[in-house]
Design a protein around this ligand. Structure first.
Ligand code: ARG
Length: 393
């Protein structure tokens, strides 16, 4: 009897070539495709391709809602932003896909799971750490680290020899897309002295193409979670999809950065995350009304650590759960509405509103109705400064 494996199948060249490669090594292949909002990617087409390549069975699961609610929105509440720029779309999806790979492997009584990550990236770490923590005995196969194929051209050749039609456009870039954002690398982007060409961007307009007139969007939050758009209650998946469209139109959420990979390589990455950019902005704005100064400043430290946890593939660790407890407590009163103005790649707060707001105009005003005790400040400063004062000798 041949051994069974479950392959995390994206429908791209690498994982398609992995199917015959595994079969030739005596494995029966079950292809698993996770729908995390890859956009126009059609899963019937992907399934057909997996069949032609030799997969015994294809399983497609719509994980979009779970991805948004249990992964992306956790990052949002934490304001997790890797190296101050990356909204972590790819990184957030990996532990969810890994968790589902494990479940399917158990159900199918598979001998191993397979992923199509290279030995140079972060994704292999994210998949494998999740699997090793949750199912330490499960065998992991990473064909791209093992096989002798050295380039995309060699992979295409390998597929052609086995009569697997490769209609996949030999894209100049390596693209990973989900509902939280698009990650683009390779090709001309590796030349860091060159501006990214316009054709790398999939879901955002350039500033030049963005409409001259701005647009307002109002986002409603309940306990830190986005629940409504422009006055209407909205389901999480639809809300994120809508914000991607609106933000993309106005050229919002583009990032071009040199990033430090976990594996010790610096790489040039292009990201597009219009919805994430808008939601982070609005969420921060709401927090600025509600959190006290010390909680807010401390949360900034947590944000950085939380981003590292996601980026490093450590979402299934005790520290992540502990930080979640802190973040969730901080969100108890994060209820209200933020109206944003989007224009030519810019986001501005246009209006803020919350019944839990700690903003008190009677304390803040320099106009009429000032209730602040100006005299009391003298005493405050005297004691505050005392800590740091010394006689000049
Ligand atoms: N550098 C990003 C990360 O590690 C994105 C990697 C995405 N992969 C791709 N094929 N473009 O999360």
């Amino acid at each position: 009897m041949s051994k069974k494996v479950v392959l995390a199948y994206s429908g791209g060249l690498d994982t398609t070539v992995a199917i015959p490669w595994l079969k030739e090594r005596g494995y029966e292949v079950i292809a698993f495709s996770a729908d995390v909002g890859q956009g126009e990617k059609r899963f019937d087409v992907i399934s057909k391709r997996a069949k032609i390549a030799g997969a015994k069975k294809i399983i497609v699961k719509d994980l979009r809602r779970e991805f948004i609610q249990n992964y992306a929105f956790k990052a949002l509440k934490a304001h997790a932003l890797y190296e101050d720029k990356y909204y972590l779309a790819t990184a957030l999806s990996r532990p969810l896909i890994a968790k589902n790979l494990i479940d399917i492997a158990k159900k199918e009584k598979a001998d191993a799971v397979v992923h199509g990550c290279t030995g140079k990236g972060n994704d292999q770490v994210r998949f494998e750490v999740t699997i090793k923590v949750l199912a330490p005995k499960l065998k992991i196969i990473a064909p791209l680290r093992d096989w002798e194929l050295k380039s995309r051209a060699e992979e295409i050749e390998y597929a052609k020899k086995r009569k697997i039609p490769i209609e996949i456009k030999d894209s100049a870039y390596s693209i990973d897309r989900n509902i939280w954002g698009v990650s683009i690398e390779c090709g001309v982007l590796e030349e860091i002295d060159k501006e990214a060409p316009e054709d790398v961007f999939l879901i955002t307009n350039s500033i030049e193409k963005a409409p001259k007139n701005g647009e307002y969007v109002e986002i409603e939050f309940k306990k830190g979670l986005p629940v409504g758009l422009n006055g209407k209650a909205m389901d999480s998946v639809k809300l994120v999809e809508s914000l991607n469209k609106i933000g993309g139109k106005h050229g919002i959420g583009r990032v071009d950065m040199i990033e430090n990979r976990l594996i010790g390589i610096k790489s040039r990455e292009i990201y597009e995350s219009p919805a994430a950019a808008l939601l982070y902005f609005a969420h921060r704005e709401l927090e600025s009304l509600i959190l006290d100064r010390e909680s807010s400043h401390f949360k900034n430290i947590v944000s950085q650590k939380y981003a590292e946890i996601i980026y490093y593939g450590l979402m299934c660790t005790p520290l992540k759960s502990s930080l979640d407890a802190f973040i969730d407590t901080s969100q108890t009163h994060l209820t209200g509405k933020i109206k944003l103005k989007l224009q030519k790649g810019n986001i501005k707060a246009a209006s803020r509103e919350s019944k839990f707001s700690k903003y008190n105009i009677k304390l803040a005003t320099y106009g009429k109705g000032d209730m602040f005790d100006h005299k009391a400040s003298e005493g405050f400063i005297k004691i505050w400064a005392q800590t740091f004062q010394g006689e000049i000798k």
